[in-house]
Structure formats: C-alpha cells, structure tokens
Design a protein around this ligand. Sequence first.
Ligand code: CS2
Length: 494
Amino acid sequence: MTLVQTKLSKDTMMQLARTSAIAIPTYDRESTEIGIVHLGPGAFHRAHQAVYTENAMNFSGGHWGICGVSLRSATAQEVLKKQDYLYTLAILDKSTSYQVIGAIKEVLVANKQSDEVIFRLSTATTKLVTLTVTEKGYCLAADGSLDLNHDDIKHDLANPEKPISAIGFIVEALKLRKLNGVKAFNVLSCDNVSGNGDKLRRAVLDYAAQFDHNLQLWIANNVAFPNAMVDSITPKTERYTVDSVSKAINAQDNWPIQREEFSQWVIDNNWQGERPDWEKVGVIFTDDVKGFEKAKLRLLNCLHSTLAYCGSLASFVTVFEATSDEGFYQFICKLAADEIIGSFVPPKELDVNIYANEIIQRFLNPSIRHLLAQIAWDGSQKLQMRILPIIRDNIKLDRSTTLLCFSLASWFEFISRAVKNNEEIVDPMADIFYQTAEILSDDTTKVVTGFLSIDAIFEQDLVNNVIIKKQLIKHLTSIRNTPAKKLSTLVNSL
Ligand code: CS2
C-alpha cells in the first residue's frame, strides 16, 4: 500500500527538510567520494555504523561515502538504488525522530558483480573496509582457525578471482593492492562477535597463507584489524515500518530502518588508521574494548537469547512482551545479578550494576517491536559467545550455573520442537540438528546427550561436567512438564 505520492530521492529530500522536522545530510553529498566499503549492509549497519559516519560527515565532512556490498541478496541494491541510496532512520523512543541518511552512495551485489566489488576494494580511494557478516561469515572452525572445508572457502580457494566469501574478497583485493603498490586498507569488523577483529585477522591470514606466504606477511604487517563492540537494538524493518515512516516523512521510503535511541560503538584505541571523525559523534576509543564486549555479550545478548528461547516457549512474541511479564522480568534480573555480573571483570569506566539495569529498561521500550524469533536465529553460533563462556567462567570461579543451564535447556527444547515439527531452523547447523537422532527422543537424558555430542558447539570440558549435565536434564524435564502458560511461574521459582 503506497500511502504517499512523493518518492524519497535526492530531489525530494530538500523539500522534506523545508516542510518538516526531518534531518537530512548537511555535507555536500554529491561531491563526497566513497572511502569505505562495507560488506553486509543489512539493517544493523544502516542503523549504526552508517549513521555514525553520516553524523561525522555532517560534523566535519571528509570523503567517507560508503559502498555497501551485499554478499548474496540483491534486495538492498534494488530498493535503495531507486531512492538514490537514501533511507530514513527512525529512532523510537518516547517520541519518534527521523533522519535521512546519505552516507551510502552505492550498493553492489557480490555474487553478480564480483569484478566491480574487487575494483572498489582495490582502488586507492578506499581507505577502510568494515563488515557485518554475522558470526557465520567468518568461516571459522571450532579451534578458531579458518575452516578450509567450509563450502564458501573451498569455492574461493579454487576461484580466488571470483570469490563469494567476505574473506575471499578482502584477500583478493589486498593482493591487488600489494601488486599495484597501493597502500593497504584497514579492516574493521562491526559484528557482535567477541574479539571480532582478532578472529577476522586469523581468518584472513589463514586464507592468504593458502596462496602466498609473502602476501600473508604483507597483510600481517600492513593491515590493522581493530576489535570493536557495537550496540543498538535494531528490529528488522516490517511493513508497518515502511508505512509509518513514509507517512511521517511524507515521502515513500521503501526501506527505512528503525532502532532504539541508545547506541554505542567502542573501538580499540591502539588503532590509528584513517577514518571519519567518529570520536566527535560519540564513538568511544578505549584500551579495554574486550571488557566492553564481554559486558555487552554477557548481559544484553545473553539475556536476549534467554528471552528468545524461554519466552518463545511461553508463547511471547516480542522482547517487550516477555520482559513485561513479572515472572520473566524477575528471572532475567536474577540471572544477571546471580550468575552474570561477577563472572567477568568489567571495564573500569563501567558500573556493571547500572549497565545491567539500563539494559533491562531498554527491553521495556514499548515502541520497539523486537521479535524473539529474530533473536532466536543462529543459536549454535550465538550461544558459544553469549552463554557457554559464562558457564565456563562460573565453574572456574565456583559460582552457580543453574539459571544459565535453564537458558541453555530452553534452547535445546526450542530446537528439538522445531525438529519434531519439521520446521525451518535458521541456523548454519540446522542439518546437524536434523541428523542428531537423540534430539527427537522423549527421554530428556538422551536429548541432552545428543546436543552435547555436537562438538562444533560443545567442548569436552562442558560435555564431561556431570553437574552441568544434571542441571540441563533437570531443567529440560521441568520445561517439558510445564504448560506454556505456567512457564512464567516456573522461571520465577528458579
Ligand atoms: C540480538 C542482537 O538478534 C540478536 O541476537 O541479541 O541483535 C542485539 O539486539 C544487538 O546485539 C543489540 O546491540
């Protein structure tokens, strides 16, 4: 349904700004060159890094236009091109504010335009490569090295000039830069992955080593891979977002982005490379980026995933709904206080009790419709960063793990129900779940043993820990014995 006649474009944007309170780019967008290539320009990138870059260019200019590279889907290109790559950011708080973002100047689709992508990456004006390709995009094996058996990596090793993976593109472009005497770009990961820069560096160096040790050495000496922590709750754009934003700005925007007001980007202070004036617009540079990462993954993301699985089993649809339930609210507060805070050393700049409380308040933002189903995706990857390290640290510190095991058991049940009902599971390990026969069992000991046998997720220290196994079986049994409506009482009694 098109609600308004005018289409968002560079011609209509000026009109918008004159007639309404919509913020638009204040830098000279037409003459701004592309300085950043971003791999994976999905919702999060467009609501977060692109906005910081936009605000930095509004503040002090610079040639930091972004070329977004979608690795597979052509949708971003199709939709955004028709509106001159402009889109609206809607910030949902007590009231909603709108900002038209102009930082993205081009979108390429890697599997259709690999030559253009490599050209853009290897050209001297590209100073920085950023990426949001999610946990699975790093193609890493369980031991942290590049998974040489990963289908995309196998493809790229056989066809290095026509890559399909982010790693393949980065290395091919760096190879050309080295060959042509062009200074290397830096690579800044913006994925919600612990030690994201370190992990990416490992993947890139392992891949380069397959071809040429000199290239590997050159990359190791010339390319920085800073670690970074990113945060802003960004529910995916739904039909109602398109309609309500288009109505509010009085122009049809077919791909606006919505997010909460809170936004944080913390980058390693040791990194000195060329970049937009991000520090002028709120980006924090710190010596303890890993501390921030841990705090965020362990508090915000662990609580999110817990709500996603337990909350879905209780038939809640959104984070707001689940957190507004008294039983679930008490449960996540207790989980944070008793088992998460204290499992790690927070950065000195952060009061972790206040931080935890603020996160739970963010979940209670009634304007944000954040689907539990969206957060539930890719559990096999996410839980390895959000729950398992906390369990492991608590064991070492002789602290309780029972609430964390409840959270893990609810993931087991969530997946096991999906397998039983033959539903689609959005997870790179979905095939493994379908192949693990025990997951279908009515015997909860077998189910737990089946999950723990997946060695790409669970390492031996956890598999052999009898206390953890007992807790998982106990919780899975009580989840199975409790009707959805009573789950709130169950979690509140833990
Ligand atoms: C969420 C995150 O989908 C998920 O897994 O937990 O996307 C979360 O909203 C962001 O990390 C917040 O910064």
